[in-house]
Structures are given as C-alpha cells and as structure tokens.
Ligand binder design. Sequence first.
Ligand SMILES: Nc1nc2c(c(=O)[nH]1)N[C@H]1C(S)=C(S)[C@@H](COP(=O)(O)OP(=O)(O)OC[C@H]3O[C@@H](n4cnc5c(=O)[nH]c(N)nc54)[C@H](O)[C@@H]3O)O[C@H]1N2
Ligand SMILES: Nc1nc2c(c(=O)[nH]1)N[C@H]1C(S)=C(S)[C@@H](COP(=O)(O)OP(=O)(O)OC[C@H]3O[C@@H](n4cnc5c(=O)[nH]c(N)nc54)[C@H](O)[C@@H]3O)O[C@H]1N2
Ligand SMILES: [Mo]
Length: 741
Amino acid sequence: MKQRSSAGGWHAIGYTFKKAREAGFLRLWRAMRSKNACKTCALGMGGQAGGMVNEAGHFPEVCKKSLQAMVADLQGAITPEFWQTYSIAQLQAFSPRELESCGRLTQPVLYEPGSQYYRPISWDEALARIAAKLKAVAPRETFWYFSGRSSNEAGFLLQLFARIYGTNNVNNCSFYCHQASGVGLTAVTGSGTATVALEDLDHTDCVFVIGGNPASNHPRLMTMLMKVRRRGGEVIVINPVIETGLVNFRVPSDVRSLLFGTKIASLYVQPDIGGDLALLSGVTKRIVELAAADEPFLNEHCQGWAELAPWLADLSWEEIERKSGVPRATIDDIAQRYARAKNAVFCWTMGITHHAHGVQNVQAIGNLALVRGMVGRPGSGLLPIRGHSNVQGIGSVGVTPKLKQAIFDRLQTEFGVQLPTDPGMDTLACIEAAHERKARVGFCLGGNLYGSNPDATFAHAALANLETIVYLNTTLNTGHAHGLAAETIILPVLARDEEPQPTTQESMFNFVRLSDGGPTRHVGLKSEVQVIASLASAVLGDDGPVDWTSMQATGKIRQAIAKVVPGYEEIADIDRTKKEFHIAGRVFHEPRFPTANGRAKLHTFDIPNLPGGDNRDGLSGSGDSPNGGQLRMMTVRSEGQFNTVVYEDTDVYRGQDRRDVILLHPTDVQRLHLRPDQRVAVRSDTGRMPGVLVRPFDRIKPGNALMYYPEANVLVSRRVDPASKTPAFKSVLVRIETDGK
Ligand SMILES: Nc1nc2c(c(=O)[nH]1)N[C@H]1C(S)=C(S)[C@@H](COP(=O)(O)OP(=O)(O)OC[C@H]3O[C@@H](n4cnc5c(=O)[nH]c(N)nc54)[C@H](O)[C@@H]3O)O[C@H]1N2
Ligand SMILES: Nc1nc2c(c(=O)[nH]1)N[C@H]1C(S)=C(S)[C@@H](COP(=O)(O)OP(=O)(O)OC[C@H]3O[C@@H](n4cnc5c(=O)[nH]c(N)nc54)[C@H](O)[C@@H]3O)O[C@H]1N2
Ligand SMILES: [Mo]
C-alpha cells in the first residue's frame, strides 16, 4: 500500500458514506445527532448541543472514530446459538477485529471450570453468583478496574460500592494511559488536569504537539491546529515518526482545507524514542541562552528557579544531543520559534507518558512552558490530550486507589461510613496480585484489561489464577477469550446513548457535559448504573449507610457527586437546567496555583540514556555486534482501531495493509541484512512474536521501530515508571530473528 501525502479529507468522507451504508443513513444520522457526549476521545464533542458540535458550538465536528464506534454499537445482537457454536478455543483464534464484529452482547454469559463454552444465563443467576462470591472472599482479595467510557455516575457508584464493601483496589485505565500527566501536572501546578479552556486555543500563536498522532487519534484537534497555522502561528511537532496527518491534513468540514489540504507542522522534529526529556531540557536551556526566559515570572510565580538555572547551565550540549538524538541546530530552531511566540500551548499524548520516566517528561514540558511564563495566562498553558471520552471524569469522581482528602472526608460524613485507609493497588499491581493468587476476584467496568496489559503472556496467566472475573461490556474483545478466570461472567450493558436516564461526562478541557441517553437498541441489556446498584444492594443490603436500590436513579447519584466532589457542585440539577459547566478552579488564567505556596514548581532531572544506548554506540552497528542488532520499538495505534478494538486491518496513513508488521527505516533493513516482507520473529526480554513481516518505512527515525498494539503486547515488559506506575509501552528493546517464522 502506498503511503498517503495527506490525511483526513476525502478518505474520511468516503469512509463516512461506507459506514453509513452499513448502518442505514437515517439511523446513523439520528444517532450521531442525538444529545450525547461523543464516545471516542476526550476532546468533548456533543452533549446538549447535539452530537457533532464541540463545546464552543462549532458544527459539524465529525470524525471517523466516532462513526466507527457508533456503527459498532448499531450492530445486531449475538444470537444464543453463537455461544453453542464457538468454543473458547475458537474464540481465542479470532482476531480482535473478528471479535468486535460478532455483534452486540445481549445476554449475560458464564464460563465455568470444566466447560469449553460460554453459556447464556439469566440476569438473576449472574448477579446472585457474583454477590455470593463477593460475600465469600475478603474485600482486599478483590480489585475493580474501570475503563474511561463509562459515565461519571457509573464510576462514582461503583467506586463507592467497592470502598464501602471494603477495598481501595479501585483503578482506571489511566494507569496505562495518562497517569504520568496527572502526577506530573500536580507536581508542576498543584492540579492534575489541563490548565487551558478550549477558547484559549483561539488565542495562541504557538502549539507544541509532542508524542502524539492526533490526525488519527484526535482528529478534531486538527481543526484547531489548522486555525493556528492560518493565523500565521507555529505548530511544532516532536515525534520519532513523521505522521502524514501532522504534515498535511484535509479538514473535512472546511472546504478550503478539504480541497487543497492544510500544512500542519511548521517544524517537525524527530527525536529517538525516549529522547524527549533531553530534548525538552535542551530547548529550555537554549531559551535561557537566548535571554528569552521570563525572569520576573520565574522569580515571582515559580519555585525552583534557583536550582533549575544552574542545572541547565551545567547540562552539556553533548549530553543533550546524545540522549535526544536531535542535533543542536534543530534545538536552536525550536527555541528561536518559541522565543518569538506571544502565547504557547503545550499538548502531549502517549509518546510522553508511555516511558519509565513519563512523569519527568511531563515535568520537563512544565519547565519549558514556565521558563517563558506560558502557564497561568489566557491563550497559553498545558494540555494533555486525553484518551477515552470520560477517563478524566472517572478520575475526578473518585476512581483512583487513593481518594483526594476532601472527597474521602466528605464521603465519610455524607454517608456516615468508615472507609478503608490502606493504599489500594494500581492496575498492574492488581494483575501481579492475581498472578500470586493474592487477588481472587476481579470486576471490570468496560475496557479490556487483558488486552491493554503489558506482557500479555503474564496477564493471561495472572487472570487465569483468579477465581472469578466479571466483565461489563458492549461487545466481545480479546479479554473475553484470553483473559479468563476459573469462572468468567460477561454482563451486557447499554451504551451511553441507549441509557434510559441522562448521564454526564467530563472533557479534557474540564467541561462537564450532559448526555440525554436514548432508546434501547436491544432487549435484555441493563445500564451500568442498574447493574452496579443491584449488585451493591445484593451484597451490602439497602438498610445500611446507602440505599443502593434508590441509586438506580442517576439524578440521585449526581446529588451525591455534587456534595462530595469539589468543583462538581453544579452537577446537582444539570438534568433540569441543562447547563453544562466548567469545573471551577482548574483553568488558570492568572499565575496563582493551588500549590502550598501558590507558585508553580520547576524540576531538575537525571536524564536517562536512550534505551539500548545512543545511535553512535550500539544501535547503528550491524546485527553481529553486541548491541548492534537491537532496535527501540514503540507500540502504537493504527488509523483503523480504537485501543484493543480493531475495526479494519489497514493503516492507510502509514501505508500498511496489515497489522502483523514491524516498520523499520530502510537503513536499518539494510544494516540488519533484512528484505522487505521477509517473515521474521521479533524478540524482547519479555517475549517473542513470530511471523512478523519486515516493512521498510522511511518516516521513522533510524534505530527505532514501530509495531501495533495490542498484538505486540507479548513483547512489552512490566517495567513501570515508579512515579506513575505506567508501563513503558513506547520503549521496548527488540532484536529481529531471521530464522523464526
Ligand atoms: N482512532 C483512535 N483514536 C484514539 C484511540 C485509538 O486507539 N484510536 N485511543 C484513545 C486513547 S485511550 C488514547 S490514550 C489516545 C492515544 O493517542 P496517541 O498518543 O496519539 O496514540 P499512540 O498511537 O499511542 O501514539 C503515540 C504517538 O507517539 C509517538 N511516539 C512514540 N514514542 C515516542 C517518543 O519517545 N517520543 C515522542 N515524542 N513521540 C513518541 C508515535 O510515533 C505516535 O505518533 O487516543 C485516543 N483516541
Ligand atoms: N502496548 C500498548 N499497550 C497499551 C497501549 C499502547 O499504546 N501500547 N495503550 C494503553 C492505553 S492508552 C489505554 S487507555 C488502554 C486501553 O484500555 P481499555 O480501556 O481497558 O481498553 P479498550 O480497548 O478501550 O476497551 C474496549 C472495550 O470497551 C467496551 N465498551 C465500549 N463502550 C462501552 C461502554 O459504554 N460501556 C462498557 N461497559 N463497555 C464499553 C467494549 O466491549 C470494548 O471491547 O490500553 C493501554 N495498553
Ligand atoms: Mo488511553
């Protein structure tokens, strides 16, 4: 397949028509226009303005991803015969794409020891089994994993249930995603979320896009980047891969852009994988050298300038170049452009957080922004581009092992309960506890815990050691085939736009949206809130501190959230007022920060070597020298997938027709004596993946390689960033074995 020279545009529009034909035009149009927050990324579309409208009221904002997700939800039901036809072994042979296209889950199903098949069971039986199990084990032997698609109401209710039941083993997918952003930002500003509102992007003349591929993963961000370029501003991209859509993008809703394409990056910089900490520190150093640092701001509104200034001065250009893979002249170019900017916004995604030093990467972005006083004023600030549509809201309402003190205190007072105070486990710690048989029961609200894990072989074994696992899902995924416990129960739930009652979501701009719900598309499903409330009632009864049955009303849950979560007060009557709102105290337009002394914090670091050593050292050698055969490998998403859900095998913008490939620079293909399309095995310290095709790819920096997640998770180690507990999904040292098929 040929690589494309632009992304978006006619391809996206053509795709829309194809998908619309599959689902029926009118049906899809109605679904897309309903008043519900978009299901895919966290940019925050839809809500009360109706689908396809962003929070500033722009229409039409549509992306391929939301169509894919919508069409998937419009699928027919999996029939009862399906479960008799396909054994577990057969389900295991299905690809992620085949599992997703089996249809909607509409009946609870059970897999038991000794059986080769799932079998449909009634809701009563399913809930009774789960309740009996939860009563039989100690609460600390259970864990509760949440994906980021569920509503604030479902998230709040389930964490409340888990804690009153007696455990803090409550965590969400952000431990595999943006946890480093939350931890890093809290260290910088005292607040774990974006410091800007959507409107700020209209007033900035410089945007950094670091470690992300928004053309595929956050297409609506592209409109904003286009506008920055049209205003004559800079878009500086930092990414080891030249992603087509960041070079040239055709914004489907803009006629000029659609016809002629829009140049996105004004400067495209390719560090080596893991080189950002050195690179960002180098740019900060250069800003100081250029006398472009905002010294009054640093002295008055920051803490740590007295340490950072000498640290930067001592940091040698040799070290910066060696540990970033970027020449000094390029770093100077970035700094010159940034020095000219009146306002700057810093965006980042998984290329920053998926490293063993992810938190430090975020702090280095903080340094770079603060050195020019670009935080705490309009038009400038820090903007982690979130993943799942409600991952931020889930975190805000308490789905974290450790609750914020205010939430903890208010929950105890509001419900008159004593909550557990043990530290609670992060996501990977839960998997490791399962492996050691210290955890016995797992409960997953959405997502694909198996598929999202590093070290897939370990994750499979760990989950198999559990006595019971419960999955609340809309469609089948690899976790239902490979993530089985002795007893596995899948409960089918309604998607957000099918729920009988309104729910709320929070966008990455800290904006709370209201989703009206809508007509149920299949019989036999329950809403997440209904399932959680019934289960809590069965385990804890309704006569204790909480009348769980009454919590089936999402309005009642919102009352509780309003009382308990600081900044969420306005949610109490949102279903009556329809007034969507910004969470107070999160957007900083003044340089006053919620830290102990009101100042933002600067940081210094020990910058790690590049994985496998630098290019001049091992990685440029031939396959015969000791380090020579190694490559730094990143696992990423393709254009045709949403996380572990694969909609199509092709990755149009990177020109790939299949997913079992490793993309290498042509010079590496030569250096390692490989041939295009040669079938090889890829090996890391963690695992081995046979049957992979070698693909020359001139858009990746030499010494680095790219493979697709989730398939490549057999190669990713369980090493985590100690500060965020996030695995280094983007930094895997691999070797290629040519004798392996
Ligand atoms: N279509 C689609 N949209 C999605 C998703 C999806 O799967 N599909 N997933 C959603 C979720 S949960 C998330 S978290 C986001 C993910 O959004 P992204 O973070 O954009 O997704 P990734 O594919 O993980 O890719 C990260 C990018 O990081 C770059 N990269 C890798 N290593 C490094 C590095 O060391 N330094 C730098 N600077 N860059 C690096 C890669 O080249 C790639 O372009 O998207 C959300 N939106
Ligand atoms: N190697 C590698 N591993 C990674 C990553 C990587 O880049 N590389 N990325 C990581 C990241 S950023 C993330 S966020 C995680 C993803 O982690 P998860 O959130 O756990 O996984 P998803 O694939 O998004 O979950 C998909 C499933 O969600 C269910 N679903 C969809 N909508 C709903 C709903 O409304 N309600 C309920 N209950 N279920 C629903 C569907 O059944 C679908 O199968 O993976 C992480 N793992
Ligand atoms: Mo994510």
